[in-house]
Design a protein. Structure first.
Length: 121
């Protein structure tokens, strides 16, 4: 009985960390933004990843503050074709594009000031 209770508690705990996010990345949106010279921030995440959840909170705040930046995201395990296209191997990857070029790539960063600096520079 004790093992069953531990298992139930563990499963409930993992669900508490699940990310409430959807994939917003499409080639059409990304390519159009690149043609327009926009700054694009792409976030790769996984719904049960706690680091991803912290990144998403920061990027959601950044999206409200950086009105001229396009924020796109995708779920790493579901959207493997996007991950392959962008050469992203890890769930917690943030990639910044400016003027049609990748200018920054960060893996596992959860420091708000550092993430904002990536976006600004």
């Amino acid at each position: 009985m004790r093992k069953i209770l531990v298992l139930i508690f563990t499963l409930i705990s993992f669900n508490c960390f699940a990310v409430e996010k959807t994939t917003t990345f499409t080639n059409e949106i990304f390519n159009k933004a690149q043609l327009e010279g926009k700054t694009v921030v792409i976030n790769s995440w996984e719904k049960s990843c706690t680091t991803c959840k912290r990144q998403i909170k920061i990027l959601d705040q950044a999206e409200n503050e950086f009105k001229d930046v396009l924020f796109l995201s995708f779920e790493q395990t579901k959207d493997k074709d996007i991950a392959k296209q962008l050469d992203i191997d890890y769930w917690t990857t943030i990639v910044v594009y400016k003027n049609n070029k990748e200018v920054h790539r960060s893996i596992g960063q959860t420091n708000k000031a550092k993430i904002y600096e990536l976006i600004k520079s």
